[in-house]
Design a protein around this ligand. Structure first.
Ligand SMILES: N[C@@H](CCC(=O)N[C@@H](CS)C(=O)NCC(=O)O)C(=O)O
Length: 246
């Protein structure tokens, strides 16, 4: 496992957002700028306009103070009024519960259930397929097509309607990283379908997504060992199992 991230901090627009959230706050966001699971929570914080303090953590170092916050040693994690919580989807729910203004989750119970089903599909099918792109590129494209068919409302601006919600935010970080698959593999978002492509273009243009995205070259630096790999290094094997650059 790598114990350093290069660059160690967010760059580009995301670095401005980090700077704007450097003051101490009762809500501390323990984050890694490169991490898509972190970006999910970052998006919710920005969309909801919640004040927070951003703290960069290198989760691969497993430092003792961070293990007290998340015993798994993974980012993202939140500390709110000295109580800690982790896991990106748990944190999305927590933020809506603790800061009920501008809910990202639906109020209708049936719709809320459907959103949870869509999130399960993202976690169990789409995200694992992203990390296995090299072995089964077609499976990733199909996972997005299925997600779109099963859970995106036809003709709507956002996945579930006219307001942005959890389904959009849970998937957006991987859309930000599509360019890596495009450049280093043969991924084309248009293969998923024109409606999905239009949504993907809208989501990367969303101010919260822009504000939490670093410079493309820097994602490339972090993911380089994965994309350059042709040999069966331990890092490459771990990465393909999704253990490294999750
Ligand atoms: N299921 C977790 C995944 C978080 C995760 O895997 N984070 C990665 C960085 S992107 C991490 O902290 N990795 C450190 C490690 O694997 O030791 C979530 O949804 O929050």
């Amino acid at each position: 496992m790598p114990d350093h991230i290069d660059p160690p901090h967010a760059t580009g627009p995301a670095s401005e957002t980090v700077k704007a959230h450097s003051e101490p706050n009762s809500l501390v966001f323990h984050a890694g700028w490169f991490c898509p699971f972190v970006q999910r929570v970052w998006l919710a914080l920005e969309e909801k306009g919640i004040p927070y303090e951003y703290k960069e953590v290198n989760p691969y170092k497993k430092e003792a103070h961070f293990l007290k916050i998340n015993p798994e040693g993974l980012v993202p994690a939140l500390e709110h009024e000295n109580k800690a919580l982790y896991e990106s989807l748990v944190l999305l729910k927590y933020l809506d519960d603790a800061f009920p203004e501008k809910q990202l989750k639906p109020t209708d119970p049936h719709e809320a259930g459907l959103v949870r089903l869509a999130l399960q599909q993202i976690s169990n099918v789409v995200v694992p397929a992203f990390y296995r792109y090299k072995e089964e590129g077609a499976a990733f494209v199909k996972s997005l097509q299925d997600l779109h068919t099963d859970w995106f409302r036809s003709g709507a601006t956002w996945a579930r309607g006219d307001t942005i919600g959890w389904v959009d935010l849970a998937l957006a970080p991987w859309v930000v990283r599509f360019d890596l698959l495009k450049k280093h593999r043969d991924f084309k978002v248009e293969d998923v379908g024109t409606e999905f492509q239009a949504w993907a273009e809208r989501i990367v243009d969303r101010p919260s997504v822009k504000a939490t995205t670093s410079l493309p070259d820097d994602y490339e630096k972090v993911y380089r060992r994965y994309f350059e790999d042709t040999a069966e290094s331990e890092v490459a094997k771990a990465t393909r199992k999704g253990e490294w650059l999750k």
